[in-house]
Design a protein. Sequence first.
Length: 160
Amino acid sequence: MLSALITKGVGLSVTGAMDDAVASYHGGISFTDNGRFTMMGIREPPDDVSVLIFIMPYGRGDVRALRAYEGEFRRAFLKALGGDLYEAININGRAVAISMGYSLKLLKTALAKGALGAGVSGNGPSVFAVTREGDEGPVIESMQRFSIGMIITRPARVDA
């Protein structure tokens, strides 16, 4: 909690990234109320997916620009809370990309090549795509040329 308060206080994050801190500590998919600094729940991630993270060659935008898309972020949160994780990722990804001045082409490319969801990691500049395990190839081939590096990982299970 303290790291979230500090991150928000010095302006590195609009929310303090409490959701990231909770997910890092517990694993899984975390649901938090970042305004109240409370944890609302944790769910197991899907078993059969890969997460592809593409490190982009440009810097971050101004995090204050995210505030203009509060309604979209709330809509994405409610979609995720209701179980529609991939649509939530897509809504959130578009809103972050537009507000931070990143091209939507990368997200659209990943989805066109079979990603279940594509978004911006945090507030960027890295872009990620979620694919079914074994279906990573076309997404990697189409996205790798835009990035300066790539990480392939799986979602972390909830720490029991």
